[in-house]
Design a protein around this ligand. Sequence first.
Ligand SMILES: *[C@@H]1O[C@H](CO)[C@@H](O)[C@H](O)[C@H]1NC(C)=O
Ligand SMILES: *[C@@H]1O[C@H](CO)[C@@H](O)[C@H](O)[C@H]1NC(C)=O
Length: 389
Amino acid sequence: MRCRKCQLCLSALLTLLGLKVYIEWTSESWLNKAVPRATFLSPTAPSTEPTLPVNLSARLGQTDSLSLAYWNQKQRHLRVLPSTDCQTWGTVAASEIRDFLFYPQDLQRFLLSAACRNFPLWLPTGRSSPVASCSDKDVPYLLLAVKSEPGQFAARQAVRETWGRAVAGTRLLFLLGSPLGMGGPDLRSLVTWESQHYGDLLLWDFLDVPYNRTLKDLLLLTWLSQHCPAVNFILQVQDDAFVHVPALLEHLQTLPPTWARSLYLGEVFTQAKPLRKPGGPFYVPKTFFEGDYPAYASGGGYVISGRLVPWLLQAAARVVPFPFDDVYTGLCFRALGLVPRAHPGFLTAWPADRTRDPCTIRDLLLVHPVSPQDTIRLWKHLWGPNLQC
Ligand SMILES: *[C@@H]1O[C@H](CO)[C@@H](O)[C@H](O)[C@H]1NC(C)=O
Ligand SMILES: *[C@@H]1O[C@H](CO)[C@@H](O)[C@H](O)[C@H]1NC(C)=O
């Protein structure tokens, strides 16, 4: 009699255990699906001081001369990217890649202009930029550098009204390409008004498409080295992220100094591989790139040390262009011998059904993606008087 009870108990327990394993397994496989380019692994080893060897082949894992893919070949032989006549680089690429004409259109366009990185500011009034340099008294501790696109007015306004609001020690800047898109509506007059009204748009004269996002990173670095060289930290973030700025500031202030000096902090993907499905998102042909991606922080949002700005510019001049901005940043950090640090408070594949929960966000640093409406709602709940968790 007792034993039958025991059996019953045991089988119930086993069923529960099985259920738990199943739930964990399904939620995990869901997570993997939501993170399209990589799998999420544990935090990485501590980084050290940046260095930049004369030959980057070993750092970037390009010592195996068997790989004939374009990027790998080029990286093995590259000393420095051309500073003039960048178009020739593209023409040569097109002739060196045998199946170039079968590449997706945007990848073809990317390669044709990949070495062209010097674009002037797009100036609304044609004269001076309404974006002020950092003054000696007013150096931001944390620059919020938000990648946006000219047409994303609502996303920018939601950021301005919420987490991008001026807090002591922070400054908000949006990074954009030209408001004269290709075949799109002419947004010049609207963007000009916005730029003069808010003074927070850094615009450059290049076509604003996803494959040109690396230009925003590099041109920001150049701008900072001239106009804001003493900035402590830079948050590189998309305009559809929600950032818990006070929590992030607190975290940065409590970092050990050695970490803070060479910081590259976010949701880190290690051992990510290129996706090989033609026509699918983030497709990378085998004849273009072979091997794994470096460990990199997801482009939804990550923080770097301001001290690394000149280092990153030097590295970028010597790392062969790659179409995805966050992977390219990972390559540049790898060239410098630095590794990203993972923080569980960065969630860059945030499930849409959780954007209504301010209690979860209270304990996080950054979530992405969040719609402008949810950004406003979250903000109100987060700082409202009735938040009960
Ligand atoms: C760098 O070293 C690799 C061997 O490790 C060599 O094949 C390559 O030619 C070198 N690259 C340059 C630019 O000197
Ligand atoms: C990036 O911008 C440049 C300059 O406007 C343009 O020539 C190039 O085609 C753009 N890249 C892509 C992938 O469209």
